[in-house]
Design a protein around this ligand. Structure first.
Ligand code: RIB
Ligand code: CA
Length: 316
């Protein structure tokens, strides 16, 4: 079985806050985050995206209780900054985690996502890495409301965007499409960004025989495979031979930068285009003359990613 590697326990844990919209791949990203033993997960904030804000919060609590992760969870925005909520129920189902019977609601924290982000960052003596895996609504609001917190951020490693073909429109990837105004705020914030977009995640497909390997990795492996059983249906219907666990690749890139190949480029977010709203316009060649503002993932070591994931699941 792959994934019998053990992470070096002596490596310094990276302090992170994960902002997510679970969502099947968000759920598996949380398994990786807690199983890899390389991250100090200070908290989870949730945001509407794949599903409603209420479902995302409930789903995050459920997944965290199923993997026995004891961490603060703060509920965030129920809609994008300016636009109506556009969920992806065609991929994640009505509940946002269809295919999983969600256990009764565990209790979350009392703070809102923006309050949690600002208070945790202000209080921290070390810089924190933010890992958004949904629309960037919470992050943008926090940056606008509390600009001082930006200096407490090591970097933002986000799942979102694409230099090539989109997945919601030909131009746009879902997380950016869902709240392009928020994405523009984040990409223009000056905070170091690593963009893990479809250019990389669509090359990190997990194939059916590998799902069966995952299913055999104990209780959490069976849980992850059950999520993938449902989540893969939408990709099969779109002609994919495997399933992209987009958000888990962003988490992996936090503690194992070599899992992706990145290029430093200028990224601007289109908010007006009739056909292109939500497009991350990536200037690899510097033709705009603008300062680069993001490391953009252009390739992935798929086997390395899968090993990281299976190793993490095996210790939960
Ligand atoms: O485009 C893929 C992204 O949109 C992933 O984060 C998935 O969970 C959805 O939010
Ligand atoms: Ca997501």
């Amino acid at each position: 079985m792959r994934g019998n590697g053990v992470y070096p326990e002596n490596s310094e844990k990276i302090p992170v806050i994960i902002d997510c919209d679970p969502g099947h791949d968000d759920a598996i990203a949380l398994m990786l985050a807690f199983g890899c033993r390389r991250l100090d997960v200070l908290g989870i904030t949730t945001v509407a995206g794949n599903t409603t804000g209420e479902n995302a919060y409930r789903n995050a609590l459920a997944i965290l209780s199923l993997i026995s992760a004891d961490v603060s969870v703060a509920r965030g925005a129920d809609s994008p900054i300016l636009r109506p909520l556009h969920t992806s129920r065609d991929v994640h189902g009505e509940s946002g985690l269809d295919g999983l019977s969600v256990p009764p609601n565990a209790k979350g924290g009392d703070l809102s996502a923006v309050e949690f982000l600002s208070s945790t960052l202000r209080r921290s003596e070390t810089k924190i890495t933010l890992v958004p895996t949904g629309p960037l609504t919470n992050i943008a609001i926090a940056f606008l409301a509390f600009p001082d917190i930006k200096e407490k951020i090591e970097r933002v490693v986000l799942m979102g965007g694409v230099a090539g073909q989109g997945n919601v429109t030909p131009s746009a990837e879902f997380n950016i499409f869902a709240d392009p105004e928020a994405a523009r705020v984040v990409f223009q914030s000056g905070v170091p960004i690593t963009m893990i977009g479809l250019d990389a995640t669509h090359k990190a497909l997990v194939y059916p025989e590998e799902v069966e390997e995952i299913r055999k990795i104990g209780r959490v492996g069976a849980l992850a495979a059950g999520l993938l059983d449902f989540y893969s249906l939408a990709y099969k219907a779109r002609g994919f031979k495997g399933t992209p666990i987009h958000d888990a690749l962003a988490v992996a890139a936090v503690f194992d930068e070599g899992v992706v190949k990145t290029e430093y480029a200028r990224v601007d977010v289109e908010i007006r285009g009739e056909f292109t709203a939500g497009r991350t316009v990536v200037d690899f060649r510097g033709v705009t003359g603008k300062e680069p503002n993001a490391k953009v993932a252009v390739d992935v070591d798929r086997d390395r990613f899968l090993n990281l994931l299976m190793s993490a699941i095996s210790v939960l």
